[in-house]
Design a protein around this ligand. Sequence first.
Ligand code: I3P
Length: 128
Amino acid sequence: PSRLSRFAAQELEKAGLLNKTKIAEGGRKLRKNWNPSWVVLVGNSLVFFKDPKSQTPSSWKPGNSKPESSVDLRGAQLHWANELSSKKNVFRLRTVTGNEFLLQSETDSVIMEWYNTLQSVIDRLDRE
Ligand code: I3P
């Protein structure tokens, strides 16, 4: 099965554009590299796509858009993390495997909605 079809049967909860940087991989610190990312919350996964607007028109075809990466939200931890960046409205998402991401929006309401929605999915998975 393609990487996309794994998600096709699951419920789409939320999608939008956020700034993203990965700051750790398996507990090992990484150098920040902020980029706009199309973020999709589907089922128990947060899926990242490259921002279509940052690509050339010829490279962007909806049908062959492959996720850049995805994150299993089961057991994940979410924290506001404004001390980890000079940017405003930053939160950190840490997976059980020790991958850490910072996600950010210039718009307060946008980042609040993402935070609340992700926290409710994580809480639901914790109760299962
Ligand atoms: C980093 C870049 C990041 C910044 C980071 C810098 O420099 O400016 O945007 O994070 O700060 O180190 P470089 O491009 O040379 O890697 P924020 O935008 O989140 O502040 P940091 O090292 O204090 O995390």
